[in-house]
Design a protein. Structure first.
Length: 407
């Protein structure tokens, strides 16, 4: 390991990998990417990897439209013939029950079309043609995105890392960033971040990018920063449970993803390997103090609730058998949107955390825009709305559907 780099990135999930690739693609800067385990062994690995453009925050739509284009043309976007992201163009349906959400859905669809999204309102009959398993009599408004779909989170991340390595990025697996390095050494009020400390020694860097997601507060605390500094991250961590159910007939991979705003937990579901349906929630989940200590068991009440809800939405799944479950951590900010920008009071540190359940679908564009910002270029999408200071300024990126990962 060399002693210094222009950029050191902590976190080998899809965000860190995308930033590393784009820094190398856009410049001749020296870049190092660090992960405490294998690449993509943290939150990204557990992602359901749904890719859609439906947002009510305009900058999110702008980012995801650029990301969607990358997922649909992954090899060309990375300039590599032997990488893949496993994108399945299934399309995406969003359902809203009678009332406020139906009105907001209609408004959002119109706003997204103005931003260039391929999305439109459709009726119940058309929704059934697209997805014959659905029961939609209780639904008042439906949106349709034909270009959207889902991908493989591990293959995507490894694709970025492969392309980054070929452009000179040094990738260090099983090398945790244990602490930030400050200058001047020993100063109780450090003035600048100048690198990272790993089990292999100190690595100097012109800039450190923290892309640790739910583990961000841990880096601050381990680096000796005050409780007030940790609190200023305004980050909550939660545990999300994903379930898969099987029906008598195989659930085909071509069936559209569905977001169901007609139920309280804003359930989503999509096809999964083995002809089963993957089901998750768009709510907060269970509070979690330590992302390394997640109970793996799926709560019985949640299994019962999701089985009932998926059976009501698709009668073929009434009384369906549970085939699998897993858990993953969400890093949630007060407005359910990411923090992207220089760390207040800590020059030399750039923050990229708080993706609140939609980091994977934003990662291609976020990685490029962050790299452009770090290199002093104008980013494709203005990242000012995601600045860390917005919480103190009380300028939040609030979505139309309330708290949840569909902002």
């Amino acid at each position: 390991m060399r002693s210094g780099y222009d950029f050191a990135i902590a976190g080998g999930g899809v965000i860190g990998a995308s930033v590393a690739f784009h820094l190398a693609e856009l410049s001749d800067a020296s870049v190092a990417l660090f992960d405490r385990g294998e690449i993509c062994s943290g939150g990204t690995r557990r992602s359901c990897a749904i890719i859609r453009s439906h947002y009510s925050v305009a900058s999110n739509t702008a980012l995801t439209l650029r990301s969607l284009d990358v997922f649909r043309n992954f090899r060309e976007a990375l300039g590599e013939d032997d990488v893949a992201c496993g994108f399945v163009n299934s399309g995406y349906l969003i359902l809203a029950g009678p009332g406020t959400f139906a009105d907001r859905l209609a408004d959002n669809l119109a706003g997204q079309r103005e931003l260039g999204a391929d999305t439109s309102p459709i009726g119940r009959a058309e929704a059934r043609e697209l997805h014959p398993w659905l029961e939609v009599e209780d639904v008042a408004a439906i949106g349709w995105e034909p270009a959207s779909g889902y991908a493989d989170p591990v293959a995507t991340t490894l694709g970025y890392v492969t392309a980054a390595r070929r452009r000179g990025v040094a990738v260090f697996e099983h090398t945790p960033v244990e602490r930030l390095r400050f200058a001047p050494d020993g100063d109780p009020s450090p003035s600048r971040v100048t690198g990272v400390m790993t089990p292999g020694g100190t690595v100097e860097a012109g800039c450190v990018v923290s892309a640790l997601g739910p583990w961000s507060p841990g880096l601050y605390a381990a680096s000796g920063l005050s409780e007030d500094a940790v609190e200023a991250l305004r980050l909550q961590v939660s545990r999300h449970v994903v379930l898969t159910f099987g029906a008598a007939s195989s659930y085909g991979p071509e069936l559209p993803i569905v977001k169901d705003l007609a139920v309280d937990n804003k359930m989503y579901f999509r096809p999964a390997d083995g002809g089963v349906v993957l089901v998750g929630t768009g709510d907060f989940g269970d509070p979690l103090e330590d992302p390394d200590r997640m109970t793996a068991a799926a709560p019985r009440d949640l299994v019962s609730l999701q089985r009932a809800q998926i059976g009501a939405r698709m009668p073929a799944f009434e009384g369906a058998r549970l085939t699998d479950s897993w858990v993953g951590p969400y890093d949630i900010t007060p407005d359910w949107n990411p923090v992207l920008g220089p760390a207040p009071g800590l020059p030399g540190l750039y923050l990229a955390y708080g993706f609140s359940g939609h980091g994977f679908k934003l990662a291609p564009a976020v990685g490029r825009c962050v790299a452009q910002s770090l290199l002093g270029e104008k980013p494709d999408v203005d990242l000012a709305p995601y600045r860390p200071e917005r919480f103190r300024e009380e300028v939040l990126l609030l979505g139309a559907y309330g708290s949840g990962s569909i902002s």
